[in-house]
Design a protein around this ligand. Sequence first.
Ligand code: ADP
Ligand code: MG
Length: 386
Amino acid sequence: MVVVPNEIVDQFREHFQSAVTPVVYRAPGRVNLIGEHTDYNLGYVFPIALSLACYVSIAPASHGLFRAFSRDLARDFSIPIADLPAAEPRHEWSDYIVGVAQQLLKLGFPIQPCDLYIASDVPAGSGLSSSAALEVATALALLGGRELPPLELALLTQRAESQFVGMPCGIMDQYTSVFGRQGAALQIDCRSQTHQYVQLPDTVQIVAANSLVKHELGTSAYRERVAECKEAVAAIADIDPGVLSLRDVSLEFFERIQDSVPLIPRKRARHIVSDTQRVVDFALASRHNDLLEMGRLFVASHRSMQYDYEITCDEVDFMVDTAIKLPGVYGSRMTGGGFGGCTVTLVKPDAVDAFQQKLTQAYRERYNLTPVFYDCEPAAGAGRMI
Ligand code: ADP
Ligand code: MG
C-alpha cells in the first residue's frame, strides 16, 4: 500500500483516538543485486536500499501497554509493558516488533508505554525485505533518539528476527536498511560487517518484478540450506581445518577438493563460493560501466540458484527466461530468499516500458497473474522523517 508520510500523523490520531503528534521513522526495504544466501556464510552481498519503506509512528501513552496497529494487515496488537521481557513468540506479525523490543530491553534501553502505527509500502513476503524494514523502523521508534551505533542497530534487529521470530537470517537485510545510501549500492562484507558504497552505471535501470507467488516451502528450506552449508564446511574442514565458513573457501580451492564433499552440500557450497566471487566481479564491472558483464553475472547467479542452491521455482525461472530474451535487457535473476518473490533485471532505460509490457503479457498468458513492477533507485537508509 502506498504510504504518504504526511498523512500518517492523521491516521495515527484517528486510529488511536488521540490528539498527540507522533514522531515518524522510516526504514527502507532492499533489493539484493547479487550474492544470494551468502550473508549467513559470511561472504559478500550487493544490495541497494529502496524508496519503498516501512514507516513507524510512535507516541508515549498512559495506558501501561505496548500497543501497535499495522495498517497493512489491519491488525491491532497489545501487551502490558511489564510482560514484554518474558513475552513468547506468537508466530504472527507482532513477533517482529516484540522481538525488537526485547532486544532493546536486553541492551538496557527501558521501553515506556506507547502506541505504534505501522504503514509500509514494501510488499510483504516478496524478497524485498519488508521484515527488516519493519524491525529497523520499530527499533528507531522505540529508541526515540537515544544513541545506538548503526552497526548495533543492524545487529540487534537481526537478532530479533533470528532469535525471536525464528528465521536464521544473515545480516544483509537489516544492515542495508540501516546503511543504505541514495544513489549507491552497498558491497557488504558479512564477515567483517563493513561495507563500501559502489556507484552503479547511470545507463541502466534496475527493475524488480514481483511474481506474486510465495511458496510455503520458504522458511523450512531456508533452515535446510543453512544446515547444508554447515555440512559442507565440516567436510571441507576435514581437508583444511582453517576453513570455518564457506567464506574461507576460494573458487579455485573448491574446484580442486569438491569431490570430497557429499553431493548435496557440494552443490550448495558451489553456489555460495561462486556467488561470493560474482559479487566481487559485479562490483568491478559496475565500476567499469561494463553492463554486458554485469548482465552475464546476473544470469550466472540465477542459474546457480536454480541448479545448485535449488531455491527458485517455475514462475521466477519463467520470468528470468522470458526477460533475458527481450530487447534492452542485460541480465535478470531472482532476488531474495527464494521460492517465489521478485526477480531483478538490468534494463536499458529506454527499453523499460516495452520490457514491462512484454513480460506482463507472457506471464499472464502462462500463469494468469499480472506481475507488479518496482523501479529500484538506490534510496537512503533508515532515519527520522517527521
Ligand atoms: P520479506 O522480508 O521478504 O518481505 P518475510 O517473510 O521475511 O518476507 O517477512 C514478511 C512478514 O513480515 C510478514 O508476513 C509480516 O509478518 C511481517 N510484516 C512485514 N511488513 C509488515 C507490516 N507492514 N505490518 C505487519 N507485519 C509486517
Ligand atoms: Mg524478511
